[in-house]
Each structure stands twice: as structure tokens, then as C-alpha cells.
Design a binder for this molecule. Structure first.
Ligand code: CIR
Length: 268
């Protein structure tokens, strides 16, 4: 059984953090509509959607991915790099206590879930404006409990590691990459599909089971995925993209009871 943690779009979203984007008006009603569509897509793919408590005054609180990393037996509660986001984590921790042993990233470490990419038994962690060496070190210690390795990767041209690369197959390790933002050679032993060059923000997709949830705004990259034999599901995501959020950011998807050592071993 898959769980997808989500949270409502807060009415304060127009004051969200922005790093690489200029602020443009966000249509709140449309953002809510898109988010509903995203939750329906998760349900259609077999997830039980559990909404975390609303946090109307925390502008980025819809982007729950950044607040925790769920591993096989352990959940690591993040310490977001943006101070304005630190109040988001306690409610995520409360929800995850029911499913995993909960560990916390502690000061001075900072870590955003958007910087954590899992491929089979390997984790890549982005060293970014939101995630520090100390934060990655704490993640490494926690991941060792589940026998997962953690490799640090420098991220400079986009907000998070997963803005530039996401996993689209764990069994035959494959990533979708924007090669201008991250060197595909970083993911040694993985097959690589590149985004369409006209769609630099298209690398952030959400793999649920064997279906790839893609932003409807990036049809050329979606076509590429289909041509490579992947099953895709488009959802409208243009409004939340104005808040620098992609497809992975809106949920934390995990199995209630993962089989030990699920996923093929990484091919070195
Ligand atoms: C932020 O800057 O924190 C939000 N405006 C966007 C967070 C997107 N989250 C993600 O990529 N995991």
C-alpha cells in the first residue's frame, strides 16, 4: 500500500521563497485546482492520499517533499535551508511516526528533501543553497541504518538536485536529466534520458509505481519518455511552478511496509 502525504495550498503562497525565478502573480484558485488534480492522479495510481494539517501562514507549506525523506525503516525529518520553512516539519514528523522510526536533522545541518534523490540502493544528495555538508552527513548516518549509501553532488544552476534530475526507473536504474544543470555522468551505471532542450524545467517528474507523473506544460519531454517506452500521466502544474515547485515537491510517497532491500542493487 502506497501513502502520499500532501498539504493544501496556503493562501499566503504569493509570498513564497524564490531563488531562480522572478515573482509573478499566482492565481490561487487555479493553484488549488491543479493541486486537487495532482492528488487525484496520485489516487488513480494507487496511493492513499493523507493530507497533513493546513499551515495557511507558511507560504511554501504545500511543498511537503522538502520536509522529510522516507527510507525503508527510517524517516529523516529535514531542517529546511530556508528559515521561513522550518515551521513546516513538526506536522510531517507527527504523521510519519505512525510508519517509520523518525530521526531529525539537527543544527547546524540543513537539508531539503528536494535535494535527495534515491535510485535503487543509492542516494544522491545535492549540496545546494538549501542543503549543507553537515546535513548530508546526518542523512548519511541515518541512511546507513537502512543499508543505503549517500553520495554528495554539487548543485549550482537550479534550486534543488531534483530540479535537474529524477529517477524514472529503479529496477533498470534510469534518470531523467537536464544536462545543462547537472552532468549526467554523475549517475554512473544509470541509463539517462535527457529533457527536450526547450523544456529545461521538465526533469522534475514523479515516479509512482511504473507510471511517471509529468507536468502537462512539457509535452516534448513527455513524448521522449513515451518513445523510450515509459508510461506517463500528465497533470497541470503551471501555477505552482511559479512558486518554483515541480512534480515531486507536492508529495511524499512511500510504501507503508516496504520489503527489505526493495529495488535492484545498483549496477556499478
Ligand atoms: C522554495 O523555494 O522553497 C519553494 N518556493 C519551492 C520548493 C520546491 N520544492 C522542491 O523542489 N522540492
Amino acid at each position: 500500500m502506497l501513502i502520499a502525504l500532501t498539504r493544501a495550498v496556503p493562501p499566503s503562497i504569493f509570498t513564497c521563497e524564490l531563488t531562480h525565478l522572478e515573482r509573478v502573480p499566482i492565481d490561487f484558485a487555479r493553484a488549488v485546482q491543479e493541486h486537487d488534480g495532482y492528488e487525484r492522479a496520485l489516487e488513480a495510481l494507487g496511493c492513499r492520499v493523507e493530507r497533513l494539517p493546513d499551515l495557511p501562514d507558511l507560504p511554501d507549506s504545500v511543498f511537503v517533499e522538502d520536509t522529510a525523506i522516507v527510507l525503508d525503516t527510517v524517516a529523516v525529518i529535514a531542517r529546511p535551508g530556508a528559515e521561513s520553512r522550518r515551521g513546516e516539519t513538526p506536522t510531517t514528523a507527527d504523521a510519519l511516526k505512525r510508519y517509520r522510526d523518525v530521526l531529525f536533522v539537527t543544527e547546524p545541518g540543513v537539508l531539503d528533501g528536494g535535494d535527495v534523490l534515491r535510485i535503487g540502493r543509492r542516494i544522491y544528495a545535492g549540496l545546494s543553497t538549501r542543503t549543507s555538508k553537515e546535513g548530508i552527513g546526518q542523512l548519511r548516518d541515518a541512511a546507513a541504518r537502512d543499508d543505503l549509501s549517500v553520495t554528495g553532488v554539487r548543485v549550482g544552476k537550479c534550486l534543488h538536485l531534483k530540479s535537474a534530475v529524477t529517477t524514472i526507473d529503479h529496477q533498470r536504474p534510469t534518470v531523467l536529466v537536464n544536462p545543462d544543470w547537472i552532468d549526467p555522468a554523475t549517475f554512473e551505471g544509470c541509463d539517462v534520458v535527457e529533457v527536450d532542450p526547450a523544456e529545461p524545467q521538465a526533469a522534475n517528474v514523479l515516479l509512482v509505481g511504473s507510471t511517471i507523473v509529468c507536468a502537462a506544460e512539457f509535452p516534448a519531454t513527455r513524448r521522449r519518455l513515451e518513445e523510450h517506452g515509459f508510461r506517463t500521466m500528465p497533470v497541470a502544474a503551471g501555477e505552482l511552478a511559479k512558486a518554483e515547485g515541480g512534480l515531486t515537491c507536492g508529495s511524499i510517497v512511500f510504501e507503508i511496509d516496504p520489503a527489505p532491500h526493495k529495488g535492484a542493487p545498483y549496477r556499478d
